[in-house]
Ligand binder design. Structure first.
Ligand code: GUN
Ligand code: ZN
Length: 451
């Protein structure tokens, strides 16, 4: 057994900072001790130094801040190459860019190469867990999981289900979608750190038969994730009302087919009403707020105040390629501004919680990720307050933890990520060689052997 330790400033959470003023736990001189890919202890250096075994490698990073790895709760890996493609709103954007791009993933070599780049990009931004949409092709999911498994990352992903209102070349059927999803669950769900998500793209692209089949799979596999989009755009909401006339609301379509429960994650949730929000809270389904995407596509403003009043679980996400950045720091930047526009003050401390422990709790993964509690998987990010001259200058004037975190959220991006660790291994270093993999090509950290 080898012990590694990281001496740095440390931020963890015991709960939602909006509910309790002591929910954020900060150690100016902290220590994280890791063995066999798991956290053994994390807290004040003075309290934990005696737990270091002789010969333990202590990584000296006292000018850096360690936080749990970021969790992106909604992202499309096949859309990596079409990020920043302009269109007048969601539906034309899907037609013009998304569907032709996703067609290429019928080729497993394209899928594998894109998954590799995509994961490099996530890790460069400090994201260690993501809920990932693949394409309709089963091999696109195999390619993604294989690449994630090779780096020992905790990822959740699924093959898209889509049997209507899309080009012929991207269509499955209710039966083939069911069979492929069942096969992928058997192959990947719970294999190492991989987890499966049933992924009906959104109600307009699935027939009633496909939603029924998806609901059956959800029932058979109560611990599998479900991910889809809901109430993102007003044209989309209108279209759903025409396609599913018997339903009270867009969200009610998913409810009807048994797709609302814990571990069901709905992207956007902008144009919901109070009844929908209450139903999200009752079922434990999670709203995945994607602010850079919502601003880019002009979809609307997510209402944090109403979400909070209803008690519905919320997490943050990039929604690349509708989103315009892979960075959860940039996502916090946009989330803060969207909240401002709806009259809500979203603190940086809460946004860091939403992107780590809050997301993990909402996803029923709180014992594994989003935390540095003993026994947790050792996924964490090392942030550099001196990453850019401007960030360093602003940090020099930051007097409180909130001010420091706010500077990271508003001014930070991949440049602020000094290193990323997954299951205790360094999977990205800012000054290392991109794509070099674990440790290779990376400059060694400053090491000091414990006495
Ligand atoms: N709704 C259905 N598909 C998509 C997608 O790929 N991106 C976004 N943002 N919304 C969608
Ligand atoms: Zn999306």
């Amino acid at each position: 057994m080898t012990q590694s330790a990281y001496r740095a400033q440390l931020l963890t959470f015991t709960g939602d900072p909006a509910q309790s003023s002591n929910a954020a736990v900060f150690d100016e001189d902290g220590l994280v001790i890791v063995e066999d890919g798991r956290v053994v202890a994390a807290g004040a250096y003075a309290a934990l130094a005696s737990r270091l075994v002789p010969g333990a490698q202590v990584h000296e990073m006292r000018d850096k801040l360690i936080v749990p790895g970021f969790i992106d709760t909604h992202i499309h890996y096949p859309q990596t190459d079409m990020i920043a493609s302009p269109a007048p709103g969601l539906l034309p954007w899907l037609e013009t860019y998304t569907f032709p791009t996703e067609r290429r993933f019928a080729d497993e070599a394209v899928a594998r190469e894109t998954a590799r780049f995509f994961i490099d990009e996530l890790l460069a931004c400090g994201t260690t867990t993501a809920l990932v949409y693949c394409t309709v092709h089963k091999q696109s999911a195999d390619a993604f999981f294989a690449e994630s498994e090779a780096r020992n990352l905790r990822m959740v992903a699924g093959k898209v289900l889509m049997d209507r209102h899309c080009p012929e070349f991207l269509r499955d059927t209710a039966q083939s979608g069911y069979d492929d999803s069942a096969e992928l669950i058997a192959r990947w769900h719970g294999r190492g750190r991989q987890l499966y998500a049933l992924t009906p793209r959104f109600a307009p692209t699935s027939t009633e038969a496909q939603l029924t089949a998806c609901g059956e799979l959800a029932k058979r596999h109560p611990d599998v994730f479900i991910q889809s989009h809901v109430a993102e755009n007003l044209d989309e909401v209108k279209w759903v009302a025409e396609l599913f006339p018997g339903h009270r609301s867009y969200l009610d379509v998913y409810d009807h087919y048994g797709l609302m429960r814990r571990r069901a994650v709905y992207g956007h949730c902008i144009h919901l009403d109070d009844e929908d929000r209450a139903r999200m809270a009752q079922t434990g389904a999670v709203a995945s707020h994607c602010p850079t995407s919502n601003l880019f596509l002009g979809s609307g403003l997510f209402d944090f105040e109403k979400a909070g009043d209803a008690g519905m679980p919320v997490a943050l996400a990039t929604d690349v390629g509708g989103g315009t950045s892979f960075s959860m720091l940039q996502t916090m930047n946009a989330a803060h501004k969207v909240a401002r526009l709806t009259g809500h003050h979203l603190t940086a401390t809460r946004m860091f919680w939403l992107a780590t422990a809050g997301a993990a709790a909402a996803l029923d993964l709180a014992d594994k990720v989003g935390t540095l509690a003993p026994g947790a998987e050792a996924d964490f990010v090392v942030l550099d307050p001196q990453a850019t001259p401007l960030l360093a200058r602003r940090m020099a004037r930051a007097e409180t933890l909130e001010e420091r975190l706010f500077a990271f959220a508003l001014l930070g991006d991949d440049r602020a990520v000094f290193a990323t660790y997954a299951a205790g291994r360094c999977v990205h270093r800012r000054d290392g060689v991109r794509g070099a993999g674990i440790g290779i090509g990376a400059r060694p950290a400053v090491l000091q052997a414990a006495h």
